[in-house]
Design a protein. Structure first.
Length: 323
């Protein structure tokens, strides 16, 4: 989890709420602009939800389930979200794949996570490779997408990070101040950063922004641009039919990934790139730190027993704590 910390109140202002089934945190360097920026952010996230939600039967994404392999025109917003998802699949060698929708349904993640936790229906786990991102055709010139019959898309691995990037750029450009947008810990910043940079706490344990994590290693890093994301198997977990499940699916098996890492944090030029890489590292498993190093991405990987491994470029964190 990545948690934007409270900055000096004389120079920044922040607000927290919920959207897209997750936490939202907005911080601006001009307190007088917080309310107007938050209204714009709420409108933007409502548009993203209407376009990209897998859980809304009236969303554009859900409508693709009934297209039976025909090319259909989609909104520019959904086309952009699909483009980001398909590019993430390509750059991660398919470790992050938007065609895992049916696999997510099969393991019980077929509704908002708060409802998933309350559901006690049994699930049958079946080893089945996902259809693969190359089966989806997106034509940006015509604004059309073709999804084969029987393929269900899930943009959960990329949409929130992309939405954070898009919102931060939009708000910084409109308001003319520094902006931080965090959606479920996927954090994007734009505009002029506060003195000392944006302070972000990276941790294993989900918790309130004002409280230090009770357990697990954590570190605080500074950001001046780009994005930072943490993916992990310790949050969004549930138990069904005697199985311990989580939301990171391995496209090669259609099942929750079994990884030597419990969390992976990555910094990149965009939050979308950071989140694609952090999720892919969990799927790639052993040797993921070498893959991230080859890409030149600063990263922090935490093993299941709490050992911290970093790649070149990750800042030294004096507040690192033992597991």
């Amino acid at each position: 989890m990545t948690t934007p910390l409270k900055s000096e109140p004389r120079t920044t202002a922040a607000t927290d709420w919920r959207a897209l089934g997750t936490t939202v945190r907005l911080v601006v360097t001009d307190p007088a602009l917080l309310e107007s920026c938050n209204l714009l952010l709420a409108r933007h996230l409502a548009e993203v939800d209407a376009a990209c939600s897998r859980f809304r039967p009236d969303s554009e994404l859900a409508a693709l389930d009934t297209t039976a392999g025909r090319p259909v025109r989609v909104s520019p917003l959904l086309a952009e979200a699909l483009d980001v998802a398909l590019r993430a699949a390509g750059t991660t060698d398919g470790a992050v794949d938007p065609t895992v929708g049916s696999a997510m349904d099969a393991i019980g993640y077929d509704r908002d996570f708060t409802l998933v936790q309350e559901d006690d229906r049994p699930v049958r786990l079946t080893l089945r490779r996902t259809p693969g991102w190359r089966t989806v055709r997106l034509d940006r010139a015509t604004g059309t997408v073709t999804v084969p019959e029987g393929v269900r898309l899930d943009l959960g691995a990329t949409a929130k990070a992309w939405a954070a990037d898009r919102a931060a750029r939009m708000l910084a450009g409109t308001a003319g101040c520094g902006v931080l947008v965090s959606l479920g810990g996927d954090t994007a910043v734009a505009g002029e950063a506060p003195a000392g940079g944006w302070q972000i706490r990276v941790q294993d344990v989900t918790g309130p922004v004002d409280e230090m994590p009770a357990g697990g290693p954590h570190a605080t890093v500074g950001m001046r641009g780009g994005g930072l994301a943490t993916s992990g198997t310790t949050a969004r977990r549930w138990r069904r039919g005697g199985h311990d499940l989580h939301h990171i699916v391995d496209p090669r098996t259609g099942l929750p990934v079994r990884s030597p890492w419990r969390t992976v944090s990555v910094a990149a030029s965009t939050c979308a790139d950071a989140n694609a890489a952090s999720t892919a590292a969990l799927v790639k498993g052993a040797g993921a730190e070498k893959w991230l190093t080859r890409l030149g991405l600063p990263a922090r990987l935490v093993t299941q027993n709490g050992t911290v491994v970093t790649t070149p470029g990750w800042p030294t964190a004096p507040v690192e704590a033992a597991a």
